[in-house]
Design a protein around this ligand. Structure first.
Ligand SMILES: NC(=O)c1ccc[n+]([C@@H]2O[C@H](COP(=O)([O-])OP(=O)(O)OC[C@H]3O[C@@H](n4cnc5c(N)ncnc54)[C@H](O)[C@@H]3O)[C@@H](O)[C@H]2O)c1
Length: 271
């Protein structure tokens, strides 16, 4: 069935691919026959043993640093000769209230430092990687950029205004880059996950902060992950469900899908 996608021999670069959604995407694309470069800060949760064969390359990269991004692109080209697919996936989330009205946890009020951190990784990092990869794709008049955003980027989210704003920017990158790059044979699409099974992002600190911003306990927050009032399908999404959607969008089977973002969110929001 993998052949249906015809991804064999193509080259993917997945940012933030050492953990969670990005790791699942990297492994899925590799299993579909792609050569896969993974860019991330470190590789404690992924190793050579996770991949079959040797058509993968782990590259240390900080997406907020332009020289580091350029080095990731150079290493990918030196190893695999081209970039067919960029998955712009690296991201962080620090739940913060605009104003800590209760005044019990001032550390969960949005400040300049947390705002800048989320902006730098989620928005500026996506720009650096998108631009550097597009320059390589333009040499072949071919390529696909897949931006990983979040359904909250359109919907907004209590306790996550700064995070949601960075993801709204990524929706906008997708629409605008599609208008700029389509005529050069480069497709640009987005994926917007909803609540997904646990990844590195869902730390206890993340859950404590998010629960506080919503005036509920961590236990109540967790029970919401599987509730139909939160997500009509009544369960968190599987990592494989995100990765399968990315594999499809990477392929020529999605050849006329361009400038749009797909919700993979169990109906949480309809985007
Ligand atoms: N988990 C969810 O429920 C969910 C929902 C919607 C959207 N998302 C988005 O999916 C993407 C992946 O998140 P995840 O849940 O797999 O989290 P994760 O923490 O498991 O993975 C994120 C990866 O990004 C990497 N990263 C962070 N900063 C980086 C930097 N400066 N340079 C390079 N790499 C960096 C991390 O090291 C990590 O490996 C993110 O963009 C996130 O916003 C996740």
């Amino acid at each position: 069935m993998n052949n249906w996608l015809n991804l064999e021999g193509k080259v993917a670069l997945v940012t933030g691919g050492a953990s969670g959604i990005g790791k699942e995407i990297a492994l899925n694309l590799s299993q579909n026959g792609m050569k896969v470069a993974v860019g991330d800060l470190s590789f404690t949760n992924i190793s050579d043993d996770d991949f079959d064969g040797d058509s993968f390359h782990l590259i240390e990269c900080d997406v907020t640093n332009l020289d580091s991004v350029k080095n990731m692109i150079t290493q990918t080209i030196e190893r695999f000769g081209k970039i067919d697919v960029l998955v712009n996936n690296a991201g962080i989330n620090m739940p913060r209230l605009l104003v800590d009205v209760k005044g019990e946890h001032p550390e969960y009020e949005l400040d300049e430092r947390s705002f800048d951190k989320m902006y730098l990784v989620n928005q500026k990092g996506a720009f650096f990687c998108g631009q550097a990869a597009a320059k390589e794709m333009l040499k072949n008049n071919s390529g696909v950029i897949i931006n990983v955003t979040s359904e909250c980027g359109l919907e907004g989210s209590e306790g996550q205004s700064a995070y949601a704003a960075t993801k709204a920017a990524v929706y906008s990158f997708t629409r605008s880059w599609a208008k700029e790059l389509g005529r050069s044979g480069i497709r640009v699409v987005g994926i917007a996950p909803g609540i997904i099974e646990a990844t590195g992002l869902r730390t206890l600190e993340y859950e404590k902060a998010l629960a506080y911003t919503r005036n509920i306990s961590v236990e109540q927050l967790r029970s919401g992950y599987e509730s139909t009032s939160t997500t009509p399908l009544g369960r968190a999404g599987k990592l494989s469900e995100i990765a399968d959607a990315v594999a499809f969008l990477s392929s020529d089977r999605a050849g006329y899908i361009h400038g749009v973002t797909y919700n993979v969110a169990g109906g949480k929001t309809r985007g």
